[in-house]
Design a protein around this ligand. Structure first.
Ligand code: GDP
Ligand code: MN
Length: 428
């Protein structure tokens, strides 16, 4: 679970790291007016859970009220890498007298070693520094998972920073203290990442101008104190950088992964296929199989768009929401589905699908053809329900083609679905 910058700064400040003075968090530009002096320099920072805000125009410096209000209006109206900016953090601008450092603590996923990374080339993307000037990075792994950063390592890291940073030498002790505190934050709050970039050297010492904390979801049960501190009542959906669909699925309680980037531009010559598979393994398989059938029989003009998995025993409502999500996804031309009823019931599956289609048709909402197969648990009652439903509302269910039982393999069902969608588009 990633914290917003203002939350991360609250944590760092609590542990004794200097942060810029916050003037507030705002949803409307006009509200800033009364909080800023006529000439005060301030930083306006988009509160979104993605990195690289600076480059995307989400971090601006303003001098005085008038400029702050107009820049705030600009930032609040924009999107940062697909995410609309709804809140803005306003802080007193920090005046750096020396360089900008990077200080980060994370974990090496290969061996779980806590890893401290520092660089005197802060402020920019640390991956870029790693690629272009690896000599400007010092990375130390701590196999002992020490609760406190050992003195020798802290001294080495601080000396490396102090010697590479303009104005660093006189602040070496303060840098060492900050590094140790970031490490302590990482351990105390069960973090996956605790990072300051940039750490600016000011006349009063190092100040964390930006702050990033990603909590390990598996450790949240130990963090009620943190939740209390930040006024959080429930865990937020984890977002390193999820897409809108992924967030929606997370809220609804099923697993979903977009295979296309959020800003993917649809290729008008290709068919985009959404998948509602029965189970995680089948979900992975059907991604390959849709691509495979597309390559063999349709000139490679077929694009699977998602992975999805309900987990065992979804409710009717959840099944409906799984289809709803794909019908709402404008790129999708066709949905391929399969219910291999083991733990899950065919009966619940077909009720979810039929209910979803009926509601959407009634409301005049977007629907695309659905092709699929169901077999397994509760098949007899599922078949009865499906036949009755088609008799009752044939018009609402006309684009739904569900094969009942095992007489066809999924590859055939997929091929028929794609053929049908191609025909509708007038493609050969
Ligand atoms: P990010 O791009 O999402 O990492 O956002 P940052 O908070 O790091 O802001 C981008 C850049 O703005 C930083 O790298 C700094 O160069 C600059 N910046 C942010 N806050 C301050 C500040 O208080 N004072 C000054 N002088 N620069 C700042
Ligand atoms: Mn930053």
């Amino acid at each position: 679970m990633r914290l917003y910058e203002n939350e991360a700064k609250t944590v760092f400040e609590r542990e004794g790291i200097a942060v810029p003075r916050a003037l507030g968090v705002f949803e409307r530009a006009a509200d800033i007016q009364g909080r800023i002096g006529p000439d005060s320099p301030v930083m306006l920072k988009a509160l979104v859970l993605v990195g690289g805000r600076g480059k995307a125009g989400g971090v601006r410096r303003a001098t005085g009220r008038a400029e702050a209000v107009s820049l705030a209006a600009e930032i609040l109206g924009r999107k940062i890498r697909g995410y609309s900016v709804e809140r803005l953090l306003v802080e007193e601008a920090v005046e750096a007298v020396g360089g900008a450092a990077y200080v980060g603590v994370t974990m090496n996923p290969a061996d779980f070693n806590v890893t401290v990374i520092v660089s005197p080339a802060g402020g920019v993307d640390i991956e870029q520094v790693a690629r272009e000037s690896p000599d400007k990075i010092l990375r130390i792994e701590l196999p002992g998972n020490d609760e406190v950063l050992p003195e020798a390592e802290a001294a080495r890291l601080a000396a490396f920073l102090a010697s590479g940073l303009a104005g660093g030498a006189v602040q070496a002790d303060a840098l060492k203290a900050v590094i140790s505190k970031v490490y302590a934050v990482f351990q105390k709050y069960d973090c996956k990442v605790a990072e300051i970039n940039p750490l600016l050297l000011t006349a009063a010492g190092p100040v964390a101008a930006d702050a990033k904390i990603v909590l390990d979801d598996n450790g949240l049960y130990r963090q009620s104190g943190l939740f209390h501190l930040l006024g959080l009542t429930t865990a937020r959906h984890d977002v390193s950088e999820p897409t809108r669909n992924e967030v929606r699925a997370r809220v609804a309680g099923f697993r979903y992964v977009d295979l296309l980037a959020e800003d993917h531009k649809k290729n008008p010559g290709k068919l985009y296929v959404g998948l509602v598979p029965g189970g995680a393994g089948y979900g992975i398989f059907s991604i390959d199989e849709v691509a495979n059938v597309g390559d063999r029989f349709f000139g490679g003009r077929v694009v699977p768009v998602n992975f999805m998995d309900s987990g065992g025993g979804p409710t009717v409502e959840m099944v409906a929401e799984m289809f709803d999500l794909l019908f709402d996804y404008e790129a999708v031309d066709l949905v391929i589905t399969s219910r291999f009823g083991g733990i899950s019931s065919c009966d619940i599956f077909i009720r979810g699908l039929v209910g979803c289609l009926r509601e959407r048709r009634k409301a005049g909402r977007r629907v695309v053809p659905v092709f699929g197969r169901m077999v397994g648990t509760d098949l007899p009652s599922a078949r009865d329900f499906l036949e009755k439903a088609k008799r009752e509302t044939p018009e609402e269910l006309k684009d739904m083609h569900i094969t009942v039982g095992n007489q066809k393999i999924m590859a055939e069902v997929i091929r028929e679905g794609i053929r049908y969608a191609f025909d509708r588009k007038g493609w050969t």
